[in-house]
Ligand binder design. Structure first.
Ligand code: AMP
Length: 243
């Protein structure tokens, strides 16, 4: 990532002294699915602007510009970014001290709540598992339905922001337990991005766990579901290092 993406706008000496910066996570997955998307498009990854959405219990979104990460949603720790199973993702940092004072607990304890008791679980007061929320929402549970809308809203904002940051976008890729299986999430996200030139293919999207193009032929932006394979990338990288 370039400095403009990985540096936080806090006093620079904290970067020098403590290495506080955006690190990002799921790099093996973002690398794998962006290259697979390029293959499926018959193009070199170096010629493409791709937003990769790894959505599972832990989730991150990356802007992959010409095969390199321009930006990514997880930060100094995996807490930042989109709404996850039990992690809040982005929030106003002032909430940490405010909640600490209200509950009479330390900052570390608040951060623990943000990591382990927030996200889908905290907002729905029900479950960290998307399948439970989806089932509950269908049965009329309002909190579950709103929580799903919150998650989708945040994903749309990130994809839109990254399309802007790359000054264009050729492809959007979904992976991870939610990305590969939650048909409704992909549908809501892609319908919310029609302004970018995403011509969503409802029939093709009706699939789980296989590599498929889910936009119509001729769509300005191509979207894919691509099952990730982090183990394969780790094995390949290990082989390269061992050589
Ligand atoms: P991961 O951490 O990548 O294993 O993803 C776990 C998340 O994927 C959980 O929120 C699951 O509810 C979700 N998930 C797994 N299978 C399905 C499915 N068939 N439909 C919807 N969500 C699913």
């Amino acid at each position: 990532m370039p400095e403009k993406s990985y540096l936080y706008a806090i006093p620079y000496e904290y970067y020098e002294d403590y290495k506080i910066r955006r690190y990002g996570f799921h790099g093996t997955s973002h690398g794998f699915i962006s290259k697979q998307a390029a293959k499926m498009m018959g193009k070199a990854v170096e010629d493409l602007k791709i937003v990769t959405c790894h959505l599972g219990n832990g989730s991150s979104i990356a802007a992959v510009d010409g095969g390199k990460s321009l930006d990514t949603s997880m930060g100094f720790t995996p807490l930042e970014g989109v709404i996850m199973g039990t992690r809040s993702g982005d929030l106003d940092p002032a909430i940490v001290s405010f909640l600490g004072e209200q509950l009479n607990i330390s900052a570390a304890e608040v951060v623990n709540i943000l990591n382990k008791k927030s996200g889908l679980k905290g907002a729905s007061q029900l479950s960290s598992d998307f399948r439970d929320l989806s089932e509950a929402a269908e049965k009329g549970n309002k909190r579950a339905a709103v929580t799903i809308e919150m998650m989708v809203h945040r994903i749309i904002k990130y994809v839109g922001a990254y399309a802007a940051a790359m000054n264009g976008i050729d492809a959007i890729v979904f992976a991870g337990g939610i990305g590969e299986n939650a048909i409704i999430v992909r549908e809501k996200v892609l319908k919310g991005l029609s302004f970018l030139g995403v011509d969503f293919d409802e029939a093709a999207n009706n699939c789980r766990g296989k590599a498929v193009k889910i936009t119509k032929d001729g769509s300005k932006v191509t979207a894919f579901v691509i099952p990730t394979n982090e183990e394969l990338v780790i094995a390949r990288d290990t082989m390269e290092l061992a050589k």
